[in-house]
Design a protein around this ligand. Sequence first.
Ligand code: TEU
Ligand code: CA
Length: 556
Amino acid sequence: MEKKWWKESVVYQIYPKSFKDSNGDGVGDIRGIIQKLDYLKELGVNVLWISPMLESPQDDNGYDISDYRRIYKEYGTMEDYEELLSEAHKRDIRILMDLVVNHTSDEHNWFIESRKSKDNPYRDYYIWKDPVNGKEPNNWGAVFGGSAWEYDPQTQMYYMHLFSKKQPDLNWENEKVRQEVYDMMKFWCDKGIDGFRMDVISMISKDQSFPDGEMNNSLYGDFGPYCVHGPRIHEFLQEMNREVLSKYDIMTVGETSGVTIEEAQKYAGEARNELNMVFQFEHVENGSGDYGKWTTEKYDFKEFKRIMIKWQEELQGKAWNSLFLGNHDQPRSVSRFGNDNPAYRETSAKMLATCLHMMQGTPYVYQGEELGMTNVYFDKLEDYRDIESINFFTELTESGLMTPEYMMKCLMLRSRDNARTPMQWDDSEQAGFTDGESWIKVNPNYKEINAAQQLEDPNSIFYYYQKLIRLRKEKDIIVYGGFEPLYRDDEQIFAYIRRQEQEKLLTVCNFSDKNAEMEIPEEFKGAECLITNLDRTVFEGRIVLKPYEAFVLYKK
Ligand code: TEU
Ligand code: CA
């Protein structure tokens, strides 16, 4: 397998609004990130993916960009950004920019022009359609609720927005749009960034017949089959690769929700000249109900394991995996796949990290995950800030599809805001995130869960992550070894072997809150234990794993 720096890396995702506020206005910022680079260096990560920091009215916390060449003023200045790049590079840390080019903000100059008149030079930068029988051009629903079409009285036509109505979709059929995007990407590459995480890149090509979609609930039709992995997607990405990506030594990861193995092999296949890797979402979408993510169902472990194994086995030798359990759109991983009850929080957070970091692929750590930060479980609508949570609460309760009580329970478990409460730096007021008042409430458990306390404790989750990350640098097999699952049908245990020439690695994780029995394979007799979350010393024959126990054995 070809060696690449981005395969050997561990990526840390920063959600800048909630990471560190340096000036007391309650909003995280670039100087805050600079202050914490030494912390990240100590953790050992070598790539940062920072969620969007460009000029934006913040309808969707920066995923609605109004100027691609300016830093959002509350985050700082271009000079601050350049300083961040150089301070990170001094520490051998690279920076990925979040590239949001499926849509812009409606306050972007292109859209301001586009909506002015039908013959404006920017008209075709976006997707405009005439009304059909006085109504929306088709039945598609937007990801954040409501129709995917917004009527604009100025020219009496509808524009398309797959997300909020303040996020109009760019028209990628228009060559000028594509050229603008490529120029902008070169601008940032020339400034010295090290790659891109590409927001909903799988949605940029739309089926130009814009047909009605199948009704996904009783309100709107599904745009998925016509906009996700659309007809020209691979053509566009190959063009982008030719024009921009191939000219720099950068890393690319595409956000491609709904991606199948076959599609992933196209996006990230080694000889395809598109992207280095993609995020697949099957394992975090497992357990979705009639209303998508809005359910109180717990995830199904066996299904989760089946999905993880499938991606490991089927991309092997063909494309590279991105490994993640959480991000800014997902609930906290320890609350969801582990157990955030104080009795098990630390053990289960370490177990999840072990399971993920020993697989084949590039691991991603979402800010606070290295501390075992948990869901916040806000139980009042007024505490929520996320546009998706707020819009769907209204839509699903006003239409009578859900009671407010049930929908509130769904939000508590599934809202994106669970991941967006401020980083818990220490036990001072506002968790050391800000001297002012935070834009979103701090999780009340910050006195027990915070970085300062964990940096003092050699057994902390932080140091466990540090060790996992260090092991990856020491042992090539963790990056490049082949993957082979064990005990596929076990109801509690996730175990697998990695192999590379004479070397082998055994990872064992108990995902349940009960003891679990297993047999250590003969071939690991006398193996060395690389890491364990419960001080186990016996690694032979039949053993009983404690709840959420995990360990890794190595043999040469
Ligand atoms: O997310 C894309 C996406 O598909 C999400 O809307 C996802 O389905 C949802 O968040 C699950 O609750 C990306 C960004 O990661 C997200 O933060 C943005 O809001 C979205 O694109 C629009 O740019
Ligand atoms: Ca600030």
